[in-house]
Write a protein that binds this ligand. Structure first.
Ligand SMILES: [Zn+2]
Ligand SMILES: [Zn+2]
Length: 166
């Protein structure tokens, strides 16, 4: 479900939220949810979904045992946040191999031999970085050469599986 940005934009609180760090916002949100049941339910409805995944567990263990799981997860392939309720087979585009500095332009006038394998150089000279997986470069194909499901960072973090591992 989409998160709507409500009327806070022009207020002091809206500006404070925009300026605060992720860490601060997480702490504030958690403390609000701990103190206010209504807020907790609202946050839950926006951030969590009921797990309907039945393909991994046996029938007896799934049963009525519906779990709430996070609605948003981080994908290890494309390194983006994604909505687990809309994860489909073609939705994630990524390169299996990292980009490497290959363009000769990177070394023109590089008298000081500064570092070229950096995020800044990728931004400034995307055409000079090549992916080993497909030979495409960062300028022509920044998104990826492979399509797949988004992959969660901790796909096996289900409590049942975790306990089995020990
Ligand atoms: Zn590729
Ligand atoms: Zn992805």
């Amino acid at each position: 479900m989409p998160i709507t940005e409500e009327v806070l934009k022009a207020t002091t609180l809206g500006r404070a939220i925009n300026d605060a760090s992720d860490k601060t916002l997480r702490a504030v949100l958690k403390s609000i949810c701990a103190k206010n049941d209504q807020a907790r339910k609202e946050a839950e409805s926006q951030l969590a979904v009921t797990d309907t995944d039945t393909d991994t567990d046996t029938e007896e263990s799934s049963g009525n045992n519906k779990r709430q799981v996070p609605c948003y997860a981080f994908c290890v392939n494309c390194e983006k946040e994604f909505d687990v309720t809309t994860n489909t087979k073609e939705i994630c585009r990524y390169h299996p191999e990292p980009s490497e500095p290959t363009g000769e332009d990177l070394y023109v006038d590089n008298y000081d031999e500064f570092e070229v394998d950096t995020d800044e150089m990728r931004e400034d000279f995307p055409e000079c970085f090549t992916f080993a997986c497909c030979d495409g470069n960062l300028k022509d194909n920044p998104d990826g050469c492979v399509s797949d499901f988004h992959r969660e960072q901790y796909p096996d973090a289900k409590p049942s599986k975790r306990s089995r591992a020990f």
